[in-house]
Design a protein around this ligand. Structure first.
Ligand SMILES: Nc1ncnc2c1ncn2[C@@H]1O[C@H](COP(=O)(O)OP(=O)(O)O)[C@@H](O)[C@H]1O
Ligand SMILES: [Mg+2]
Length: 313
């Protein structure tokens, strides 16, 4: 759906993006990650044509972006940035409805859409519709930013460090909400961040950039297990990679059915990440956990050996 091939952008002597080739399938959440100045934002902004590229091709559904009408691009591509870009003198409702109004939707339809989105993003209409941006917390403002980007039901969402200014707890909450939302909406998302933990938590497809180039891309677990350069290895956490990998795997991937032994003293949810199972083992000084399902019923067990990936027996 989104294809970049040999895309280059220069600002004077700086090559901000250098021969980038990248293909993002419909419904995928692609994360561009890399240190500040490596060309992430520029790449993103060439996709919605906020910046024109110098060389190469950018296509949406096979059609060069340059050939799309402005209004169609605006409808098809939502854009979320760190500072939210909300209009300070407009209410939340008016901010969310800006693109539908630009697209000349009927007033009633705009209102219904705005209310639907506020519900979806966990912003009760009665409480928030009339508030102004300065009356919102960082997390609430970011939710409004996402609602606004979704307003015209775009199939593509571009997100540039959207959670960058939030405290760690709000940030993790919004990351989690985003995955829930994405499971439901299945947008094609290009998400930019310099935070590797955020990248690993969100990405279907992880793209590591350095100095304007893509240095490696693939599924998060592939990059963790087989970084092709010391740079990617260190960016992915070096000796901390074990815990990052464990955070990507789930208890259900490694558990065994309940055996003849007594239940272990500590329990773990089958959907929990392996890193959490390891933490529980460390904390309680045990090497075996009882795995429970959603209703808290025992359905299996996880040994330290299994957690480590050893063969059963
Ligand atoms: N409008 C601009 N004018 C001049 N240089 C720019 C402009 N935008 C970005 N750059 C330069 O291009 C490079 C990539 O920037 P950017 O895409 O913003 O990186 P990132 O988002 O990864 O931090 C940097 O060296 C930056 O200074
Ligand atoms: Mg940037």
């Amino acid at each position: 759906m989104i294809e970049l091939s040999g895309v280059t952008k220069r600002f004077g002597d700086t090559t901000a993006v250098n021969a980038v080739t990248l293909s993002i399938k419909p419904g995928q959440l692609c994360v561009l990650v890399g240190t500040s100045g490596c060309g992430k934002s520029t790449t993103l902004r060439m996709i919605n044509r906020l910046i024109a590229h110098d060389e190469g091709e950018i296509r949406l559904d096979g059609q060069p972006v340059g050939e799309f009408e402005e209004a169609l691009l605006r409808r098809r591509i939502g854009y979320v940035i760190q500072s939210t870009g909300l209009f300070p003198h407009w209410t939340v409702a008016r901010n969310i409805g800006v693109v539908p109004r630009l697209l000349k939707w009927q007033r009633q339809r705009v209102r219904e859409r705005v209310e639907e989105l506020m519900q979806l993003l966990g912003l009760p209409v009665e409480t928030f519709a009339g508030k102004y941006p300065h009356q919102l917390s960082g997390g609430q403002a970011q939710r409004v930013g996402v609602a606004r980007a979704l307003a015209a039901d775009p199939d593509i969402l571009l997100m540039d460090e959207p959670f960058g200014a939030l405290d760690p707890i709000t940030r993790r909450t919004l990351q989690h909400e985003m995955l829930t939302l994405q499971a439901r909406l299945r947008k094609t998302i290009v998400f930019v961040t310099h935070d590797m933990d955020e990248a690993l938590a969100l990405a279907d497809q992880l793209v590591v950039m350095d100095a304007g180039r893509i240095v490696q891309q693939g599924a998060p677990i592939e990059l963790l297990r087989e970084p092709t350069s010391p740079f990617v290895e260190s960016l992915l956490g070096g000796q901390d990679r074990g815990l990052k990998e464990a955070a990507l795997l789930r208890v259900k991937d490694r558990m065994l059915p309940l055996g003849p032994r007594l239940l272990a003293s500590e329990r773990i949810d089958l959907e929990a990440p392996l890193s959490q199972a390891l933490s529980v083992m460390l904390w309680h000084r045990v090497d075996r956990l009882t795995v429970v399902d959603r209703d808290d019923l025992p359905i299996g067990e996880l040994s330290l050996r299994r957690l480590l990936g050893a063969k059963p027996g």
